[in-house]
Design a protein. Structure first.
Length: 393
């Protein structure tokens, strides 16, 4: 703080001890308070995005209403009647006592606003401390996750899941406190409810922009939790798939007593088919685990042709829509087929059959039943036969 400003503050505190309050705040808080005080001062000042236009439009509307003369609805003449009619008596000027009461009331309102602003700033300082604590906790957990992945060390899935849930709840609580404190500061500054509603999305966007790195760290923790869930979900399946694939390759190798190029090609094809039975948890971590579980453990409620998706429901859970060509559905059907004990050839044929249809067979049959049949004239049909278009051989 410069010596000139310090001297001015000391002079104000000395001359107005009951009406002057000085608070030390951060630069970010000062910028935000300055931007929110548009309706209290005239002229240009530091403003947040979109705040300048909203505030000036509101002040222009108020100024236009205050300066507009009282007009009649049609002729534009004086609405008080004919010019020769007696006018209403002029308003009596306020007395000195009335002016003193008004001044005291304004000072009281201003004092209450100052107290409310001071309380909001105090809560803002407490909020800064809580915000920094949540940010540090999220950053520390994200670093621990990254280091463990780099070292090939697995963290406890249960502890990691609980930590992610607690950090997510803490960040959401910070967001709600920020919204409430922002509303309190705007109200203390005399901002109207309409302006507060208009400024809220802008302020929310600015806060989230400053919090982008923290949100990215929290997402990295959530992805690691998701990967652990997939590992636990696919461990048993991959063990079965590896055993089934090994048996399949051995069967193909045992069918030929002499090694030939054709035999080697069949063995290589069997090895590829065996590898396709396993699922990599790291690649599956980008998918929706709830959709996968709904297809694997739930029951099918049919196909919704309007939503263009299958409907699956697990016990005690709401129905979930899963697209016909969704990767989650393909992997869930694969795990079910392996668990049922199907051979590698049967599993491969089933996957090819599913991949060969963009829509389920039921939907194709329904669409064909509602389409009008194509009419072919008998004469054109006979001519087609003459040209050899319908030969059986």
């Amino acid at each position: 703080m410069s010596p000139e400003i310090r001297k001015l503050i000391d002079a104000l505190a000395r001359d107005f001890p009951a009406r002057f309050t000085h608070h030390v705040i951060s630069r970010a808080d000062a910028r935000e308070i300055w931007a929110r005080g548009l309706n209290l001062e005239r002229g240009q000042q530091l403003e947040l995005p979109q705040v300048r236009q909203l505030a000036r439009e509101h002040k222009a509307q108020q100024q236009a209403r205050a300066n507009a003369p009282e007009r009649g609805p049609e002729t534009g003449r004086d609405s008080r009647g004919h010019v020769n009619e007696p006018r209403a008596p002029e308003r009596v000027p306020e007395t000195v006592g009335t002016q003193s009461i008004s001044r005291v009331e304004r000072e009281r309102v201003e004092h209450l606003r100052t107290l409310a602003m001071a309380a909001a700033l105090e809560r803002g300082r407490d909020l800064d401390t809580a915000r920094q604590a949540v940010r540090d906790a999220i950053t520390a957990q994200a670093i621990e996750v990254a280091v463990s992945r780099a070292q090939g060390r697995e963290l406890d899935p249960e502890l990691l899941r609980d930590a992610h849930a607690a950090l997510s709840a803490g960040l959401e609580q910070i967001r709600e406190r920020e919204r409430q404190n922002s509303r309190n500061m705007l109200t203390a500054a005399g901002t109207s409810p309409e302006q507060i509603a208009s400024l809220a999305p802008v302020l929310e966007h600015n806060r989230e922009a400053r919090r982008e790195e923290t949100v990215r760290h929290l997402d990295s923790i959530g992805k690691e939790v998701q990967r652990h869930e997939w590992v636990r979900e696919l461990t048993t399946h991959n063990e079965r798939a590896q055993q089934r694939g090994l048996e399949h390759v051995r069967e193909v190798q045992a069918k030929a007593a002499v090694r030939t190029p054709e035999h080697d090609a069949r063995v290589q094809s069997a090895e590829r088919e065996a590898r396709q039975l396993t699922i990599d948890p790291d690649q599956a971590a980008r998918l929706d685990l709830e959709k996968f579980r709904a297809v694997r453990y739930g029951r099918s409620l049919g196909y919704d042709h309007e939503a263009k998706a299958h409907i699956y429901q697990r016990a005690g859970r709401p129905p979930i829509e899963v697209e016909h060509d969704a990767r989650e559905r393909d992997l869930a059907i694969l795990t079910n087929n392996v668990e049922r004990g199907l051979t590698v050839e049967q599993i491969t044929v089933a996957r090819l059959a599913e991949a060969g249809h963009a829509f389920p067979v039921e939907e194709a049959a329904r669409a064909r039943s509602i389409e009008p049949p194509t009419e072919i004239l008998a004469r054109d049909h006979d001519r087609g036969q003459e040209r050899g278009l319908y030969r059986d051989r």
